[in-house]
Design a protein around this ligand. Structure first.
Ligand code: ATP
Ligand code: ZN
Length: 288
């Protein structure tokens, strides 16, 4: 029997559910994975390894897992020899500088000479270097946000989404160091194995079609003949819209695939131009 492609995903945490969801949206069955370290899909040549996110880049570098899903923040911080393949659109967060509420940082250069606590010393040092700033970076592995109140550091640099954790510790957001999201990474050695490379190429096509679909909507509406031309002008369709005559004389159904964010933008214009019964439906996959 030929070898399966091995994918490493987070065992538990912020990226776990969305990683599973992505695979399912690619038609890959995953069963009984609770509390397992390793499973094989019954309908695709894929084995899934469940790991701590911090360990994923190393497993992929060593080709123990051929591919992995991990935050860009972790990928960059580890700085290992893996290929980034595709940003996946979930797990979005920012690595930001957090400063005491009473402080005021107007210019990035004002960090000069300060002490910053972080779990991301490599990324932060890169950022400081790029901005030609000298600051002292202290590495802390958890609860970075208490460092200023303990007097260990002036500022912190940590992952932030809402900023609530900062607020609880009398800190506020300051400069952004990095925008991050989940990314598919791949071992440099994967291409040497033709069988695995083929499985990977198939998987990547499915992932791309699922991501394309997520960003799109299928829209339908009824349009009187005299409004057709105007409506077609308004619709920013992927391809030209489909126009079907209805049983009522002079009335047409117009179907199109559009980018999701455009739907609300054009909704009013469509109504004004004479469209009625405007529907939008989710799409599962788009093979371009
Ligand atoms: P593990 O047990 O796997 O080491 P963890 O505690 O390091 O888990 P999580 O808190 O589950 O990690 O976060 C995993 C990833 O989710 C982060 O590395 C980051 O890429 C992403 N993420 C998205 N939003 C946030 C957020 N608000 N705070 C922290 N991480 C976030
Ligand atoms: Zn972790």
């Amino acid at each position: 029997m030929s070898e399966n492609l091995k994918l490493a995903i987070q065992k538990k945490g912020r990226l776990h559910d969305k990683s599973i969801q992505l695979l399912k949206s690619c038609g890959i069955d995953i069963e009984n994975f609770q509390d397992r370290l390793f499973i094989s899909s019954p309908n695709f040549n894929l084995d899934i390894l469940f790991l701590r996110d911090d360990d994923i880049p190393e497993y992929v570098q060593d080709n123990v897992a051929h591919i992995g899903i991990v935050g860009e923040n972790v990928m960059l911080e580890k700085g290992l020899n893996v290929d980034p393949v595709k940003k996946l659109g979930f797990g979005k967060c920012s690595l930001m500088l957090g400063i005491p509420e009473k402080d005021d940082l107007k210019d990035i250069k004002d960090i000069e000479g300060k002490t910053i606590a972080t779990s991301y010393p490599k990324i932060l040092n890169g950022f400081l270097h790029e901005n030609t700033i000298n600051a002292k970076v202290i590495q802390i592995s958890g609860s970075v946000e208490i460092a200023p109140s303990l007097g260990v550091a002036d500022y912190i640099c940590d992952l932030v989404s809402t900023g609530n954790t900062l607020k609880l510790n009398k800190l506020k957001k300051s400069f952004k160091v990095l925008d991050s999201q989940a990314i598919l990474i791949k071992s440099k050695k994967l291409d040497e194995n033709v069988n695995l490379k083929n499985i990977f190429d198939k998987l990547l096509i499915r992932i791309e079609s699922s991501l394309n679909a997520r960003k799109s909507k299928y829209i339908m509406m009824n349009v009187p003949k005299e409004s057709l031309e105007k409506i077609i002008e308004i619709i920013p369709s992927l391809k030209s819209p489909t126009i079907l005559p209805l049983s009522v004389e002079g009335l047409y159904a117009v179907h199109a695939v559009i980018k999701e964010d455009k739907f609300w933008e054009i909704n009013e214009d469509l109504k004004e131009a004479g469209a009625s019964g405007i529907l939008s439906l989710p799409i599962e996959n788009i093979i371009l």
